[in-house]
Design a protein around this ligand. Structure first.
Ligand code: PBG
Length: 335
């Protein structure tokens, strides 16, 4: 429900600049605030020891080996970040059309979850559920002929979800956009003794060109055959996004996400007002890359633009934001 906004009295009874005069007054009157606890940090991981491999299309972001992940996670936790979200870069030999590595209990992601939960039990670990890091053709689902098949994919995603829950994940993040996945996962989690594992559904996930740098980061760009428009939402559609949210909540999602973030703030607001559930936005790789590119060229004040972009998610109704800026933003918030 839109809240009533008091119409200002005629000038000079109302001078709206009165409360903008000093930093103290502006702070006092601020309607929204950003804190480190609002941030979920997506991290790319890879095999190896003591490696941080830069991702050229995401300046400042690197794929981390698990030992480096642990150090980074400890620092993030100390800065007040509550949740880290893992994205694996899978070795080429393990990318197949059957995607078996996705539910291998000892795959890179599951080893990372176990390590983080053993070393840093107070940090929440979130995962991504989709086949793309394991798929020879870069799709989130199995490909048969020309089709990305739904029901067969859901069965595989359930296996993936159970393996991640088994490894100790706190939050599962299905990002695949298959129909029926949330219900299938929720039933399997209940039956498998994982009733307290939370699902943060990528419910309103659009077929966006802003995912390009991410696909570089997980090594899917060169492999992707075609596009994801038969399963991700058409950027033109708002009602459809709301139907996806309603459907995922009915099937057992605890929290929902809108993705990408900045071009979709209207969807964030509609979800928060329409459902009143924990609502998150993903400030995706392309949004990060745009801001970093402009800042790197001296065209924008990078820190100011970063903080403004994150605060605006709060104003749009989000409870939190997945952002590659999480550690830098948390550090600034601390100062
Ligand atoms: C894969 C997945 C994607 C992102 C998160 N999970 C890419 C895609 O759907 O192609 C994008 C994140 C980003 O761009 O930062 N299922």
């Amino acid at each position: 429900m839109p809240r009533p906004v008091h119409a200002p009295a005629p000038f000079p009874a109302a001078r709206l600049r009165r409360l903008r005069r000093t930093a103290a007054l502006r702070d006092l009157a601020a309607e929204n605030r950003l804190s480190a606890a609002d941030l979920i940090w997506p991290v790319f991981i890879r095999e190896g020891t003591d490696v941080a491999e830069p991702i050229p299309s995401m300046p400042g972001v690197a794929r981390l080996s698990l030992d480096r992940l642990l150090v980074a996670a400890q620092q993030a936790h100390a800065l007040g970040i509550t949740t880290i979200c893992l994205f694996p870069y899978t070795d080429a030999a393990l990318r197949t059309e059957t995607c078996d590595e996705a539910w291998n209990p000892d795959n890179l992601t599951n080893r990372a979850i176990r390590m983080l939960k053993a070393e840093l039990p107070g940090l929440s670990v979130m995962t991504d559920i989709a086949l793309d890091p394991y798929n020879a053709n870069g799709h989130d689902g199995f490909v048969i002929g020309e089709e990305i098949v739904n029901d067969e994919t859901v069965q595989a995603l359930v296996k993936m979800a159970l393996a991640q829950a088994e490894a100790g994940a706190d939050i599962l993040g299905p990002s695949d956009m298959m129909d029926g996945r949330i219900g299938a996962m929720r039933a399997a989690l209940e039956a498998g003794g994982h009733r307290d594992v939370a699902i943060l559904s990528y419910a309103a996930k659009f077929a966006s060109s802003f995912y390009g740098p991410f696909r570089d980061a997980v090594g899917a760009s060169g492999r992707l055959v075609g596009d994801k428009k038969t399963y991700q939402i058409n950027p033109a559609n708002r009602n459809e996004a709301l139907r996806c949210v309603a459907r995922d909540l009915d099937e057992g999602a605890d929290m929902v996400m809108v993705k990408p973030g900045m071009p979709y703030l209207d969807i964030c607001r509609a979800v928060k007002d329409g459902f009143g559930v924990p609502t998150f936005a993903y400030q995706v790789s392309g949004e990060y890359a745009m801001l970093q590119a402009a800042a790197g060229n001296g065209w924008l004040n990078g820190q100011a633009a970063m903080m403004e972009s994150l605060l605006c998610f709060k104003r749009a109704g989000c409870d939190g934001i997945l952002t590659y800026f999480a550690p830098e933003a948390a550090r600034l918030l601390r100062e």
